[in-house]
Design a protein around this ligand. Sequence first.
Ligand code: SAH
Length: 356
Amino acid sequence: MDSRGAGELFQAQSHLYKLIFSFISTMSLKTAINLGIPDIIHSHGQPITLPKLVLALQIDPAKSGFLYRLMRFLVHSGLFLKTKVDKGGKEEEEEAYDLSPCSRLLVNGNAPNLTCFAQSVFHPALSDPWKLLGDWFYREEQNPFHCTYGIGFWEYGSQDPEYGKLYNEAMVSDSGMMNLVIRDCRSVFEGMQSMVDVGGGKGAVARIISEEFPNMKCTVLDLPHVIEDLQDTENLKFVAGDMFHHIPPADSILLKLVLHAYSDEDCVRILEKSREAISGKGKEGKVMIIDIVINEKEDKPELTDPKLYFDLLMMVAVTGREREEREWKKLFLEAGFSGYKITPIFGLRSLLEVYP
Ligand code: SAH
């Protein structure tokens, strides 16, 4: 083999090792969350040195070297930042760890906070079905989740209240990010007197919108076990129901992270019900979808990676998929809509406005 051939072989080997060991990123992140390292750095109020981190974690100083190595990896992966702090006196500066924008999203009490989201993904309820992905290709069940538990994801949420609660909180934590952008897209909601957030979970987004637009009547439609105990407000109402059967009439419908969890046939059914629900508003009504649009050609790989992770998650846990623009368009036309507009404003997710 010539040296170029050998070079390529070793490059392939590094790439393969990177793929083999990807789980180490996940497990290290999980460890940092479980140890509460983002909270410790946050409450320290400034970058924390290794000895102080050892002290805060109450671990044996003999383990410092191991913690150093975990932190070195987490700095490398972008979870934490490494900086220098003054040691005081004439001594040199000392290395210290700080929060990165990424780990700021894991500080409890901070808004937005994605800790719950991470925990819901790491939970065995959602991680065990991955073990049956290969088997599932030879089996009849709808998805690996079904193979594992014999029931679908939403039903599981009603039967395992501990996981159901964690999952719903995870979705609330994801929606917390919306706060930051609602003000930037006021025009999307302006002129609408009513909106139903279909599959709106605990109402995190509808609550933000109802507060921002006090004259808009907002309704959250979700499964009974999800919305029980939630209090209506002046302009926010919780309705238990099934979106496949009936969606209350309104000027606009919001579907955030709902359609990606369903097959094309189910999506067309939900979209048809949504079209019926806005029919009273004539051509003025609209359906607003917040979901992923896969765009491998234009997106940077850093954005395509998580989009494709979500796609596989939808395959393993539910019957859904992440879609490219042409796949979305097909659904809209099949459900009888005449046009749509896509605005990529929520990082991974886009806003898709669909018109009757
Ligand atoms: N829109 C929320 C939640 C998305 S998760 C958010 O972005 O945070 C999908 C939601 O659809 C869950 O809350 C789930 O309980 C709800 N759901 C599932 N099947 C449903 C059905 N048949 N009718 C109404 N809601 C449903």
